[in-house]
Structure formats: C-alpha cells, structure tokens
Design a protein. Structure first.
Length: 293
C-alpha cells in the first residue's frame, strides 16, 4: 500500500490497536464476466490516491482528524471467489470484534457476500441492510446461469442465517435494467424500496430514512456508486441515467451515520472514469460518514 487513506494510519494488523473508531480495508476483487467492463479491482488504490488531494476537513466540528482511523490495507489480489471471501470475511470479523466501523473499498458489488459473512462470523448483531444502488442485485442466476456475481449478491446474502428480506431497505433503485424475477421477489416479500424518482418528494425521503434510524440500531450500509446519475459518477460499470446527485448521497449517509455498523462503497471503475471524478465522490462519501458518526 503506497499511501493510506487521507487522515488514517496504515497498519498490518488491528488486534493490538486500542480505541479504534474505524478501519478502512480494500477489497480489490471483481468477477470476470465479459458483460462488465474490467477495472473495479483498481478502485481501492485509486480512491486512496485521490483522498490525499483532500484535507479531510469540512465545516463539521468532527472530521477524520478527530477520530482514530486505521487503514488495514487490501486483501490479496488474484484470489478465487471462495478464497477471497474467506480472507476478506475474516478481516471484517476482526474489525468488528474491535468494536470499530469497517469502511470497505471495493471492488465490484460481489464483494458484499464476503462482508456479510464477516458480519456473521463476528458474532455481532446487525438488524438491517441498506442497499443504496441503482440495481436490486436479486437475480438468482446471472449472467449465464451463474449463482455468484454482482447481480446475484444480495440474493445470496439474504440466504445466510443472519439475514432476511424483512431487514432490507433499498435506496435509489431505478431504470430499465432490472430483472422481472427481481421485481417479483421484491413485491412478494414486501421489501422496502425508495425509488430514485421519489427524490423529488422530500417528505417521502425523510420518512423513509426516519423509519430506518428509529427502528434499527446497527445497520450494514452498502453503497454502489452507480446509485448516482452518471453525470456525477462517470466511472461506473453499469451506468443508469436518472440517478441521485452526489449531494443527495452525502446527505443520506450523514443522516444514517449514527446507526451504521458496517459500510462499503463499491463499483468505482478508474479505467473508465473521467478526471477521477468517481473516486473523488467515493472519498467525499467516506468523509461525510466520518464527519457524522
């Protein structure tokens, strides 16, 4: 790791650390299906690099500089998906057992199964998943009959013992790239969805967020950067017009911050980004979270 994330301290282990607020960890993994552009595995390194162009300080009284934030480096590259999950989930479990907030830099969204297994292995109790994403990621097999991909990952997560459909909230879902089986799955399980086209209705947004923070105390938040309109995040593998603004995303994270127990941001693709804009938005999202925890 050339440089740690801005305002954090690079470490090789966290077991001996004390009074840790958050631990950044990279997951440079991406599935190799040809329908997706290659490049998300480069994101952890690029996000760290771009973070150093920021001071990390905003108008907020609290920032990363008032917190003890460690950078635990990355999982090894070139691992098979099962081996990646094993290594990555153990890192997440280790961080959670320190009562610290994992801040995960993907990688594509398939890394989330490793995150969820880490939560499960930690023994910590999480009572909700907030899936901030243009897509639902609930296909059973996709593409080409594959059960393990970025398009199926949430379906696999809710099959784990510690999670269920009742715990899941979607924010920013939209577009004409959804599978009918996903829509049927959401409807039949009465899953809670705040669609992107609801963002013109301020009361609806506030009520949705309020429902999460009043009912849940330890939430796993997964942000796919494609929740944003491609104008704000051009470096994404599956762009979907009609998305959120970057300011709307920052606001959501700030409002959820006090109940977030595990956080990841995925699908930044530096290979197809423009002027590193998407990596900048990822950095700002992390800074916004740390301002508000």
């Amino acid at each position: 790791m050339a440089e740690p994330f801005c305002g954090s301290f690079a470490v090789n282990e966290v077991d001996s650390a004390v009074d840790v607020d958050a631990v950044i960890v990279g997951a440079p993994y991406e599935d190799k299906y040809e329908i997706y552009p290659v490049g998300t595995a480069l994101a952890p390194k690029k996000i760290r690099e771009i973070s150093t162009f920021f001071s990390g300080q905003s108008f907020s009284e609290q920032s990363i500089h008032q917190l003890n934030v460690l950078d635990f480096g990355d999982t090894r590259e070139g691992l098979s998906y099962p081996d990646f999950q094993n290594e990555f989930s153990e890192k997440i479990a280790t961080i959670l057992r320190k009562n610290a907030l994992p801040i995960i830099l993907g990688g594509d969204h398939s890394i989330a199964l490793g995150t969820a297994k880490g939560i499960q292995n930690s023994g910590m109790e999480f009572d909700s998943i907030v899936w901030i994403d243009a897509h639902l990621d609930l296909m059973n097999k996709y593409p080409n009959g594959n059960k393990f991909s970025r398009a199926t990952v949430l379906r696999r997560i809710i099959e784990l013992d510690n999670f269920s459909t009742k715990q899941v909230y979607f924010i920013g879902s939209r577009g004409h790239n959804l599978g009918w089986e996903e829509i049927e799955f959401v409807n039949s399980n009465k899953m809670k969805v705040l669609k992107a086209n609801s963002f013109s209705l301020e009361d609806e947004i506030e009520n949705f967020i309020k429902n999460i923070i009043t009912k849940h105390k330890n939430v796993y938040v997964s942000v796919d950067i494609d929740v944003l309109d491609p104008v704000f995040a051009p470096g994404i593998s599956v762009p979907e017009p009609g998305g959120l603004t970057s300011r709307e995303l920052f606001s959501i994270i700030e409002k959820l911050a006090k109940v977030i127990g595990c956080f990841e941001i995925v699908e930044v693709n530096p290979k197809i980004d423009i002027n590193n804009l998407t990596s900048m938005v990822a950095c700002k999202t992390i800074f916004s979270l740390l301002d508000a925890i």
